[in-house]
Design a binder for this molecule. Sequence first.
Ligand SMILES: [Zn+2]
Length: 278
Amino acid sequence: MASLIPGQPTPIGEHAWRVLARNPGMMTGPGTNSYLFGKDSLTVIDPGPADQEHLQALMHAAESLGKPIDQVIVTHTHRDHSPGALALVASTGARCLGPWVPDDGLQDESWQADRELREGDSVDCGGVALEVIETPGHVGNHLCYLSETGLLFTGDHLIQGSTVVIAPPSGSMQAYFASLRKLQGRGIQLMAPGHGDVIQDPEATLSHTLAHRQKREDKVLGCLCAAAQPLSELVKAVYDDVPAFLHGVAQLSLQAHLIKLAEDGKAKESAEGWAKLV
Ligand SMILES: [Zn+2]
């Protein structure tokens, strides 16, 4: 596997290169992956945070490949994925394609698509096509992009080496399960995630992720009882395998699991917290 070095264009598949942004952290792992994709011209997939050095790295990468950047598309509008679009558009005149922006206070409000993308749309990237697949779950406006050769740009739907946070209200565990199942059997050969290295075994990763989420859901159900418990208590039991400093973040996914269980008629919320529905 190629190493993850910020700023350096790394070929990851046919007509596809990765440029890692310089924003490593608890929520971003090694940083956000921006991708350049295209034959005669380049589409930037997830330009990353608004960072001048990263913008320069993307421009240099395109220059070294000898192709102009004429398009920017994003998988979703979290602030580590889309804000770089503004400066990139200013420098290149590229057009922006992508999703609408949910109103949950967690989004990059600067994102504006010249063309809004929907399920089944085809995006021409300098002579090679990407198919748009709506994958709500991590966030309500999440899109994945599938190339003709089976390369899937996954954004934060699936990342390498970690599970993604599902933060309600825009994030939905019910939708996340459905969006994972939706990708099964699609002939995906390779996944290019928003964070971490390429995922070489897409089908196994999808089954593993579904099983992992199901196991966590079962554990949530197992920790619920007839008496209501607050989230801050439940998180300690449900995520006892996760270090305590991550419990604040885990609480978001826990809430998403509980909302799904309520939708499935297995849990209920009251002023005191969450209880099993018996
Ligand atoms: Zn995200």
